[in-house]
Design a protein around this ligand. Sequence first.
Ligand SMILES: NC(=O)c1ccc[n+]([C@@H]2O[C@H](COP(=O)([O-])OP(=O)(O)OC[C@H]3O[C@@H](n4cnc5c(N)ncnc54)[C@H](O)[C@@H]3O)[C@@H](O)[C@H]2O)c1
Length: 438
Amino acid sequence: MNIAIFGLGYVGAVSAACLARDGHAVLGVDVDPNKLELIRGGRSPIVEEGIQELTAQMVSEGRLQVTDDVEAAVGASALSFVCVGTPSQPNGSQDLKAIEHVAEQIGAALRGQDQYHVVVIRSTVRPGTVMERVKPILETQSGKRLGEGFGLAFQPEFLREGTSIRDYDNPPFTVVGADSERTLSVVRTLFEHLPCEFLGTDIGTAEMLKYACNAFHALKIVFANEIGRLSQALGVDSREVMRLVTQDRQLNISPAYLRPGFAFGGSCLPKDLRALLYMAKEEDTELPMLDGVVRSNQQQIDHAVDFILQQGRRQVGMIGLSFKSGTDDLRESPLVTLAERLIGKGIELRIHDPNVQLARLLGANRRFIEDKLPHIGRLLSEDCGALIQDSELIIVGLSDAPLSEQVIANAKPSQTVLDLVGMKGLDRLQAAYRGICW
Ligand SMILES: NC(=O)c1ccc[n+]([C@@H]2O[C@H](COP(=O)([O-])OP(=O)(O)OC[C@H]3O[C@@H](n4cnc5c(N)ncnc54)[C@H](O)[C@@H]3O)[C@@H](O)[C@H]2O)c1
């Protein structure tokens, strides 16, 4: 395929050389004449393992060329990759000037063209940028509509500086958010040979994915370092601890606990996190990230309370009270905290939890709930159907399929469902729907 690449920095220079190596005819475009001159002379503008040799070979074979003539580059290509910088501004927001400038140039170049052209943004941009900023510029400048004269996609780049050619050839996955199947299939032809899954999605998801991945990587580093500082203070070998942490592929290095949902609770996580933070305090060791975990967890409960109060509905039914499905353990259940907060705000709350029967609660569990919700007996309802029928707003806090099925089958259009667990079969739900954070 004939490909134009805008921005010949780390991402663009590596992509240009690798795409040329893979058999494509690549035309690189950059505003920096020094970079163009370097590549023209067979030298890469960046220092990376293997890039000098590959660039020299691709330029000498004529498979990689450069130009500052945008119209010629777009005219000669079926696809443009945009890899220009998106640096931070002083307030942390993104500077999109380079992206917008390139979009104007590509759009203007598309004006006189008959050939369908695919524009793929590879620069990291905040969700919404491609459809709300890039698309209107391309449409205005080209006089064409998205899907008619051109296609648009966002493909997050996962290469790491230092190992970028190896990362280009062995990415964790290839994800492309595209405006249409047509666009997706054009991009797929460039990457389907890679030894990883090729996944298509929508553009906003692909834009957010890049931030989610980078935030997760940063979070992992800081987590290991906080465990490291505390272990060191306690005289424990943090590297051995983390080596063992990573051996658990069921709960630690796995999709477990990585689905957006309600706050965590129960008799272990809050208690042990508090104990860990107390140990840190005793050792004069600051763990701001783990400290922030407690606050962030409370925010998830605040988020639910705010939504419910904003609805202005007084009759609220809550399905679930224990901290997760299949248990009657109420200790530190975030649903108990939610119930407590709603009652405090004057909400008329009814609760149904198939595992919670007051007469059968014993010991610490019973003392906890009688302390938190003194009138618990009056709040509990054994009849889930009646609770659904009588509530203006229904909170689904347990993931048991029969319970959500009851809500889906019976909730009316006048009611609102707040889903804390990720209910299935929503296409059949008639009530207004809101996910806790989706
Ligand atoms: N560096 C990485 O490892 C990496 C990894 C993944 C994603 N990203 C993202 O990719 C994007 C590019 O990163 P980078 O490190 O390659 O940036 P860079 O600063 O190294 O390169 C950007 C290039 O774009 C050029 N440019 C600016 N305006 C232009 C225009 N109007 N037309 C043509 N070229 C123009 C610049 O001259 C420069 O050569 C950023 O959004 C970055 O966040 C970078």
